[in-house]
Design a protein around this ligand. Structure first.
Ligand code: AMP
Ligand code: MN
Ligand code: MN
Ligand code: MN
Length: 289
């Protein structure tokens, strides 16, 4: 069967590899079907598509939308989106400018904590585009300046939920994010459901809301998930009538514990969301692009 990785990042958000480089590394790692899912943008899709055509792998145009639900940031992956759809492009533009404004606010808070130069530092790490600045870039800057000893430390001390430089965001509401993805012909996938600070009861509530909004799949097998959690998520997907997705959430070689195409196997009983793009016998479908 083809190797399918449906969650990856490039330099168009907080990944370390340019889209073409990412595609080349994925192909070298044996990936046959790759989704590029940058945070709140599809800017890398065109370049990734060109390279995918050149190296002969299937690229699924995607993204990972930031949404808020009960004060928590919930990520929704969109797969198979039409990147040129006008309403979709417009929706992403407002999400991007919210990201750009938040970067200024995060930097102001860091200045208040006597951490000066954060904005210029994060901007440079984001390749000079303010609308691409992610908390990851601030974390990298803090780490590079010796203010923390790890990326995790940067989130624990400054950037994580409720920490001094955390700026609560008016991201898209979760149902609006699902609608935006669907409006562009995409499939909405609840990202890494095991990673949110939610009780199991609240996680079920979230999955219910996501499904009602038109969400069709949830990630079950992701790189950092423990076997018990993968089994639990598989159960939730099957019970909730959602298809299952899988992906590495690869950000680059600076996170050496995550590899393209490598994550736990999808438990039996799950309906793979990638049936849309990969036929029963494993042949890559030419029907959709
Ligand atoms: P943002 O979209 O700007 O809010 O940034 C969120 C990104 O920060 C996530 O996609 C992760 O890549 C990264 N991130 C979040 N929490 C952590 C953490 N504890 N350690 C390292 N990276 C994190
Ligand atoms: Mn990220
Ligand atoms: Mn995410
Ligand atoms: Mn991600």
């Amino acid at each position: 069967m083809p190797l399918v990785d449906l969650h990856t990042h490039s330099t168009c958000s907080d990944g370390a590899l340019a889209p073409a480089q990412l595609v080349r590394q994925a192909a070298a790692a044996g990936v046959h079907v790759l989704a590029l899912t940058d945070h709140d943008t599809v800017d890398g899709v065109e370049e990734a598509q060109r390279e995918a055509d050149a190296v002969g792998i299937r690229l699924i145009p995607g993204l990972e939308l930031s949404t808020s639900w009960k004060g928590i940031s919930i990520h929704i992956v969109g797969l198979g989106v039409d990147v040129a759809h006008a309403g979709f492009v417009e929706g992403l533009a407002s999400q991007a400018s919210a990201r750009g404004q938040r970067a200024r606010q995060i930097a102001d808070r860091l200045e208040g904590l006597r951490l000066s130069g954060a904005y210029a530092g994060a901007l440079a790490l984001a390749g000079g585009d303010p609308d691409r600045i992610s908390r990851t870039h601030f974390a990298q800057w803090l780490l590079g300046n010796g203010r923390v000893s790890s990326m995790q430390g940067a989130f624990d001390k400054y950037l994580g939920n409720g920490k001094p430089a955390d700026v609560p965001m008016p991201w898209l509401a979760l149902p609006d994010a699902v609608a935006l993805i669907r409006s562009a012909g995409g499939t909405a996938v609840l990202a890494h459901p095991g990673r949110y600070p939610l009780t199991r009861t609240k996680l079920r509530t979230l999955i219910g809301l996501f499904t009602e909004a038109g969400g069709e799949a949830m990630e079950v097998a992701t790189a950092t998930e423990k076997p018990d959690m993968v089994r639990y998520l598989a159960q939730l997907a099957v019970q909730g009538g959602l298809e299952a997705s899988q992906g590495s959430d690869f950000h680059g070689p600076h996170m050496p514990w995550i590899h393209l195409g490598r994550f736990p196997a999808l438990p039996a009983g799950c309906q793979p969301v990638w049936r849309r793009w990969v036929g029963e016998e494993g042949q890559l479908s030419l029907l959709e692009s």
